[in-house]
Design a protein. Structure first.
Length: 112
C-alpha cells in the first residue's frame, strides 16, 4: 500500500505559478492537488484528455468552454478533452481541488 500526504509532496513548477502537487502518476492516470489562494487563478488551458475536478475545500469559479459556474466543497466537475478550462478563486478563503486526468496524457497541456 502506498499512502501520499499532499503536504509532503513538493510544489511543481508550472506555467500557472500556483501550488500544484502531483500526487499520483502512472501509465493509466494522473492526479494533481491544486491550492488557489484568494485572488489566484489558473491560466486558461486545454488538456488533451478528459479531466475530472473534485473540490475538497472552499468555493471557486470553474470555466469550461463557454460555461462559468461557482462551485463548492464536495462538487465533482467533468471537463472533456480538448476544451478550454480554467479556475478562479475570488473568495476570501483557500480553494483546494483534485485534478484527475484519464487516461494519462501523452501530449502536453496547451496554455491559451
Amino acid at each position: 500500500m502506498k499512502i501520499t500526504n499532499f503536504k509532503e509532496v513538493p510544489i511543481a513548477e508550472t506555467p500557472h505559478k500556483v501550488d500544484v502537487r502531483k500526487l499520483y502518476d502512472t501509465e493509466n492516470a494522473v492526479t494533481v492537488h491544486i491550492t488557489l489562494k484568494p485572488g489566484e487563478s489558473l491560466k486558461r488551458h486545454i488538456t488533451p484528455v478528459d479531466v475530472i475536478f473534485y473540490v475538497l475545500e472552499g468555493t471557486g469559479i470553474v470555466e469550461i468552454g463557454e460555461e462559468k459556474e461557482e462551485v463548492g466543497k464536495d462538487s465533482l466537475i467533468e471537463s472533456p478533452a480538448h476544451i478550454m478550462h480554467c479556475w478562479y478563486n475570488e473568495s476570501p478563503d483557500d480553494l483546494r481541488f483534485l485534478v484527475i486526468k484519464v487516461p494519462r496524457p501523452t501530449k502536453d497541456t496547451r496554455i491559451v
